[in-house]
Design a protein around this ligand. Structure first.
Ligand code: BES
Ligand code: ZN
Ligand code: ZN
Length: 483
């Protein structure tokens, strides 16, 4: 999809006006047709309330007024209303959608424009690779036109936001596709292609390298693989003056059967999503390079599978990590933390980061706590926690802080080895995961984000996201890192 920025919308096909109640009078004054239909429908610009002018208005063949809020509009409310407009335009098989200047006085013009651009791209995404019948495919928009008085700086901000969302859609493609297509090898080639195009530095560690590095936890998970594991390291050095460096580590389990602790079929069905963390990190690094952000960022993708077979790693066995700490493997379904532990230790020791982040579909527990609308995170630093909450608020990719303290850390000790991979009392699963991982970050400021609930919508679509992969995390992390 293309983004057009214009002072006067030139499109004729499908016009949209987003409005909040405060500006209702202004909206009604725009066109007698709007006034007539709005009166008939008792339109008050409430959230999700909309009116539709089939015979058009203001020079458009079809025109829609979408309510944003009865009280104060917010960027997120504008995104939701945009999703509704985009879906309607798709239904009418429009190729171009034109948003005339929104009447949402509670939100600055640039911020409103940004929300429209973002939700426009995200709502215009549909995974249709396996829909063989053209008539069954959703008709997608080709152009989104945004009317407004934008300065050159504003235009850059809008185009940047648009690009971030396109990269989120790239992640969604990787997560939605088959697990036997999106293998560790495929993600590696996607990363190589991205690096070549954008100038990111890339280094790939194959199975032999992982062995040399003594990544015993990572390798144990990979024992029954059909495609060999690998660790992909991407680097963006946007600020050579600064010593600050953020390392992002993503869980990339291309399929999680649970291993010998086999998952029931119903929970296994969507386990192709278990590489969402790695896909997110790839999307973030791609964005850093494309936007040439002035920060130093490293992305580490821990790519493998968790399959079942005679070579599968086993419950109860003690494994040795790259760090040297031994880990009692209490469940072969707690594979993510094993892969991440070795990758985090590598990241913390090889790059001496000022912040190290893990992002992973790590536990079902986070979904039980927070559902699919909010991710859980743990942070060792107040400032980082504040930063991520701020980024969550700005992007609408919400996150909620969970505690991390010495008592939780003490739970990770094992009687038989140094650490236990899972919690003996089977409680506080998400926090336990974070506490376990924090043993491997070498005291670096640490942020762990569990996206097992937010990476994938299993049933209902959301205002501007269809069911399936959401791309959660790309916008959030890019916002948190800053430009
Ligand atoms: N990949 C799963 C977590 C998951 C669940 C992701 C639902 C997406 C949706 C993870 O590897 C897992 O199975 N975790 C176990 C950990 C337990 C054995 C401590 C879980 O959550 O049950
Ligand atoms: Zn698992
Ligand atoms: Zn998993």
């Amino acid at each position: 999809m293309e983004l057009w920025l214009t002072e006067h919308a030139k499109g004729k096909e499908f016009g949209v006006l987003l409005a909040e109640k405060k500006a209702l009078r202004q909206v009604l004054g725009l066109d007698p047709q709007i006034q007539k239909i709005a009166g008939r429908e008792k339109f008050e610009a409430r959230e999700t309330q909309s009116i539709f002018l089939l015979n058009g208005a203001l020079g458009f063949e079809r025109f829609m007024v979408v309510g944003v809020s009865e009280k104060n509009a917010t960027a997120e409310k504008i995104r939701r209303a945009t999703g509704m407009a985009v879906r309607t335009a798709q239904f009418f098989k429009a190729k171009k959608i034109s948003f005339i200047s929104p009447k949402t006085p509670s939100v600055r013009e640039l911020e409103a424009g940004r929300a429209i651009a973002e939700a426009g791209v995200l709502a215009n995404y549909s995974f249709q690779k396996y829909k063989t019948k053209k008539e069954e495919q959703k008709s997608l928009l080709e152009t989104i036109e945004l009317e407004g008085k934008f300065s050159t700086g504003d235009e850059k901000e809008l185009r940047d936001a648009f690009l971030v969302c396109k990269n989120a859609n790239m992640c969604r493609d990787l997560i939605n596709d088959n697990s036997q297509t999106v293998t560790p090898a495929l993600i590696e080639s996607k990363a190589r292609e991205t690096a070549k195009k954008t100038g990111l530095k890339i280094k790939v560690f194959g199975e032999k390298d992982l062995r040399k590095m003594k990544m015993g936890l990572f390798l144990a998970v990979s024992q029954a693989n059909t495609t060999p594991p690998r660790m992909v390291v991407l680097e963006w050095n946007g600020d050579r003056q600064s010593k600050n460096k953020t390392v992002l580590v993503g869980k990339g389990i291309c399929f999680d059967t649970g291993g010998l602790d086999l998952k029931p079929g119903s929970s296994m069905e969507t386990m192709r999503q278990d590489m969402a963390g790695a896909a997110t990190v790839l999307g973030v690094l791609k964005t850093c390079a494309e936007l040439k952000i002035k920060k130093n960022i490293v992305g580490i993708l821990g790519l493998t599978e968790n399959l079942i077979g005679e070579k599968s790693y086993r419950q109860g066995d003690v494994l040795t990590s790259m760090k040297g700490l031994t880990v009692e493997n209490n469940s072969t379904d707690a594979e993510g933390r094993l892969v991440l532990a070795d990758c985090l230790y590598y990241g913390a020791t090889a790059f001496d980061p000022t912040l190290i982040v893990s992002i992973a579909t790590l536990t079902g527990n986070v979904r039980q706590c927070l559902g699919s609308a909010v991710a859980g995170f743990c942070s060792t630093e107040e400032r980082t926690a504040e930063k991520i909450m701020h980024a969550a608020d700005k992007t609408g990719e919400l996150a909620w802080r969970m505690p991390l303290n010495e008592d939780y850390l003490a739970e990770t000790k094992s009687q038989r080895a140094d650490l236990r991979s899972t919690n003996k009392c089977k409680t506080n699963g998400m926090i336990y995961g974070a506490a376990f991982l924090s043993n491997f970050v070498e005291e670096k400021p640490y942020l762990h984000i569990d996206i097992a609930g937010t990476a994938f919508l299993e049933e209902l679509p959301r205002a501007y996201l269809e069911t399936g992969a959401t791309g959660y995390g790309v916008r959030l992390l890019v916002e948190m890192l800053g430009k």
